[in-house]
Ligand binder design. Structure first.
Ligand SMILES: Cc1ncc(COP(=O)(O)O)c(C=O)c1O
Length: 405
């Protein structure tokens, strides 16, 4: 507007330029939600290869996403963090970035089911093969599976649904010694209870949808890493055009502020529920590594500093009765997610059918997410629902077991 002020311009022009540049923002505890695709560059030198002083396009994330990445890098003891539009997207993007046609991936059999679906669908289509090892496999057993084509090991500890623990440090060391990278789905620990990168894992992935956002209303994922691996993941994200909205990033930053407090309450209540469940005759097994005597407890004590709200149980009943039990719950909702404030339950047997190795479970598996409701109320709700199991004629259970061989 040389020689004229903006006030002399037409109203349509004024609506585009009046007030620019924005007045400095007040200093607030949470970051501003900076919404923009366009970033205004300082001068034309930016087009000639001058190294940019900051972002040059909104897709790579602006103030809000930058704050979230800094906080997550601190949480995961990482050098860099890539944000993804969901937890599953973080898993799949990381797998794609670290493998090429002809490579092989080894995965723990308890891996999150949609991760397996991606491997068996997209990755196989692009010429990447996969094998699965039992969740209880030790470092030596896994090391013996590593071949010349093996490029990546995918861990999840505790594993999805069955909450099996792995000796992550020993497995990562064995993989590294053979030039194989490891990634882990660290959603259970929310980055608080376990720091995979300190145990030699190359990439820690989380669904931020769960505890970090914490209110069952946002999808987001992250991949945290160090060194050369960070450079590979950053380049892959940039090439793929991966972006998350500043509004969602804001909610994740807000969630991080109360993460430790919420997790402490979830964990304490989950342990109380797990102890109660362990004393119920209808429950043949409680899968909760934080519970003394439960599978994986020794590894959990060695590696973890706390537990989240997940507890799985094996019922001494038929699958139909397990369904009837779930239908009697009123405080626990029936829903696939977890990590929010609310208690949830799912019947897992359909998902377990996809596994490559027998689970050895003696009855239907129910996964509970213990939310932030009063724990006595939650136990009363479970107790009421167990009425369905208590009403089941024992001989029906026997008949089904005999029929199943
Ligand atoms: C262990 C685990 N990893 C990843 C995901 C995927 O996260 P999202 O729902 O954010 O895609 C889930 C979702 O349930 C999960 O349970």
């Amino acid at each position: 507007m040389k020689g004229r002020t903006i006030l002399d311009a037409a109203e349509s022009t004024r609506m585009i330029h009046v007030g620019e540049p924005g007045s400095p923002l007040a200093n607030t505890p949470l970051p501003p939600v900076q919404r923009a695709s366009t970033v205004l560059l300082s001068d034309s030198g930016c087009f000639g290869g001058k190294p940019p002083a900051g972002p040059t396009y909104g897709r790579s994330g602006l103030t809000t996403q930058a704050r979230l990445r800094t906080m997550l890098a601190d949480l995961e003891h990482a050098e860099d963090v890539q944000l993804h539009p969901s937890g599953l997207a973080a898993v799949t993007a990381t797998i794609q970035a670290l493998t090429s046609a002809g490579d092989e991936i080894l995965l723990v059999d308890s891996v999150y089911n949609p991760t397996r679906r991606f491997i068996e669908g997209t990755m196989r289509r692009f010429g990447v093969t996969a094998r699965y090892f039992p969740p209880t496999a030790g470092a030596n057993e896994i090391a013996a599976m590593i071949g010349s084509q093996t490029r990546l090991l995918v861990l999840e500890s505790p594993g999805s649904l069955t909450l099996d623990m792995q000796d992550v440090g020993a497995i990562a060391a064995a993989a590294r010694a053979r030039g194989v990278r490891t990634m882990i789905d660290n959603t259970y620990s929310a980055g608080v209870f376990f720091k995979p990168l300190d145990h030699g894992v190359d990439v820690s992935v989380q669904s931020l949808t769960k505890y970090v956002c914490g209110h069952s209303d946002v999808f987001m994922g992250m991949a945290a890493s160090r060194g050369e691996t960070s450079a590979i993941l950053a380049r892959a994200s940039m090439e793929a055009g991966c972006a998350v909205s500043p509004d969602d990033a804001y909610l994740a930053v807000r969630g991080l502020k109360t993460l430790h407090a919420r997790l402490g309450l979830h964990g304490e209540a989950a342990l109380t529920v797990a102890r109660w469940l362990a004393s119920q005759p209808e429950v043949s097994n409680v899968l909760c590594p934080a519970l003394p005597g439960a599978p994986g407890h020794e590894l959990w004590v060695r590696d973890f500093t706390g537990t989240c709200g997940l507890v799985s149980i094996v019922l001494d009943a038929t699958v139909q009765t397990a369904g009837a039990m779930l239908d009697r719950l009123s405080l626990f909702g029936l829903g696939y997610s977890w990590g929010g404030f609310e208690s949830l339950a799912i019947l897992c047997d359909g998902q377990l059918a996809a596994r490559s190795h027998p689970t050895g479970l003696t009855g239907p598996l129910i996964r509970l997410h213990v939310g932030l409701e009063n724990v006595d109320d939650l136990i009363a709700d479970l107790d009421k629902s167990f009425g369905a199991v208590r009403a089941e004629p024992r001989n029906n259970v026997q008949k089904e077991k005999i029929a199943a061989g």
